[in-house]
Design a protein around this ligand. Sequence first.
Ligand code: AMP
Length: 130
Amino acid sequence: MATIFTRIVQGEIPCYKVAESEKFFAFLDINPLAKGHTLVIPKAEGDYIFDIENADYAEYMLFVKKVALALKKAVPCKRVGVAVLGMEVPHTHVHLVPMNSEGDMSFTKEKLRFSPEEMAEVAATIAANM
Ligand code: AMP
């Protein structure tokens, strides 16, 4: 059965899309730690990031970097934090979180809520900076 993230890539489940290439896809996390919290995934299914073959892994990280640079332009912050958890969704994804302090990367803190309009606007701003 397709993963929830594959279903997002295929357009079966809606998302706030940020970027797409032939192999990779980026969209906003629906339970954000910060405005602009983005997930970057390979379109190919696979649970564990470090199972990815070297050349694909390098290409994936370059795409992650491109999204992170666009995110920092769209959402001014000290840094874009990077995390890989995968405790909930078994389809490789990198979290990119605009950070101003260490606490902004705490995955145990209460998640933020933004209106659909705010989510769409930040996704479009990141996309425009790609
Ligand atoms: P983890 O697998 O522990 O890295 O957590 C999965 C992340 O995916 C969480 O931050 C969720 O909020 C996020 N997530 C789950 N379903 C969706 C969805 N349909 N759209 C966007 N983000 C999602």
